[in-house]
Ligand binder design. Structure first.
Ligand SMILES: *Cc1c(COP(=O)(O)O)cnc(C)c1O
Length: 218
C-alpha cells in the first residue's frame, strides 16, 4: 500500500514510529497492513481491542490509545503493549496492579491536555508534576512511564496545531529533566493523527497515531 509506505518513510526520516489506528475496522483490513509489515496497531475501545487480540496474529503490538476506565484495565493487562492515555493517578495505580498480577511491566504515556477544546481528556503539567513528586513511582514495577501523549485541536489553523504540539514537546522536556533525566526509557512523544502528523513530526513526535489516512474514513 503506497500510503503506508509514504507514511513509514516520513516517520523513518525522524526515527518516529507509526501506530496504525484500526478502531472500527475489520480484521481483514488489519491483516492487509500486517501483510505489508505493519505490526503496531492502536484501538480505543477495550472490548474491540480484546476481540482483535484474540483473533489476529500474536506478534501484533496492541496499543490502547483512547480514554481508559480503571475498571477495564484488567481485560487488556495480559497483552497490551502500551497504554497511551493515562490521565490520573488512579488509572496509573490500577495498571500497575493488574500488570503485576501478570508479572508484566506495561509502558504507559501520560496524556496532556494541549488543545483549546475542552472536550479532550488529559493532565495539566502541574498536576502531573505533583503526581510524580508524591508517587513512589520508582517502586511501581508494573508500569514504566515511557513519555507523553496529546491531541491537538481539530482545526485547519496549522499555526495553532503547531503551537499545541510544541507545548507537548515542552512538557516532555520539562518532565524529562525534572523526573526522568536518568531514565532512557522515558523517550516517547505520541502526537499526530491523519490530519496533522506532518506538523507533529516536525515538532518532535516519536509516535504518530494514524487511522483514516490508512484505512479510509470511519
Ligand atoms: C481515532 C484516533 C486517532 C486516529 O485518528 P485519524 O484522524 O483517523 O488518523 C488517533 N489518536 C486517537 C487517540 C484516536 O482516538
Amino acid at each position: 500500500m503506497d500510503q503506508l509506505k509514504s507514511i513509514i518513510d516520513q516517520c523513518d526520516a525522524t526515527d518516529a514510529r507509526l501506530v496504525a489506528v484500526s478502531k472500527t475496522k475489520p480484521n481483514s483490513a488489519i491483516l492487509t497492513l500486517y501483510d505489508e509489515g505493519q505490526r503496531i496497531f492502536g484501538e480505543n475501545r477495550v472490548q474491540e481491542l480484546v476481540g482483535k487480540y484474540e483473533n489476529l496474529p500474536k506478534d501484533i503490538k496492541w496499543h490502547m490509545i483512547g480514554h481508559l476506565q480503571s475498571k477495564k484495565v484488567k481485560y487488556i493487562a495480559p497483552f497490551v503493549s502500551m497504554i497511551h492515555a493515562v490521565d490520573s493517578e488512579k488509572l496509573l495505580l490500577e495498571i500497575n496492579k493488574r500488570a503485576s498480577q501478570h508479572e508484566r511491566t506495561i509502558p504507559v504515556l501520560l496524556q496532556f491536555h494541549i488543545a483549546e477544546e475542552s472536550t479532550k481528556y488529559g493532565l495539566e503539567l502541574n498536576e502531573a508534576a505533583t503526581m510524580l513528586e508524591h508517587l513512589s513511582w520508582e517502586a511501581l514495577s508494573g508500569v514504566q512511564i515511557a513519555g507523553v501523549m496529546g491531541m491537538a485541536t481539530f482545526t485547519s489553523d496549522i499555526d495553532q496545531v503547531r503551537r499545541e504540539f510544541r507545548s507537548l514537546k515542552n512538557i516532555f522536556d520539562h518532565l524529562k529533566s525534572n523526573f526522568f533525566a536518568d531514565d532512557p526509557l522515558f523517550k516517547e512523544i505520541s502526537m499526530g493523527m491523519s490530519g496533522d502528523y506532518q506538523v507533529a513530526l516536525e515538532e518532535g513526535s516519536t509516535m504518530v497515531r494514524i487511522g483514516s489516512l490508512l484505512f479510509g474514513s470511519r
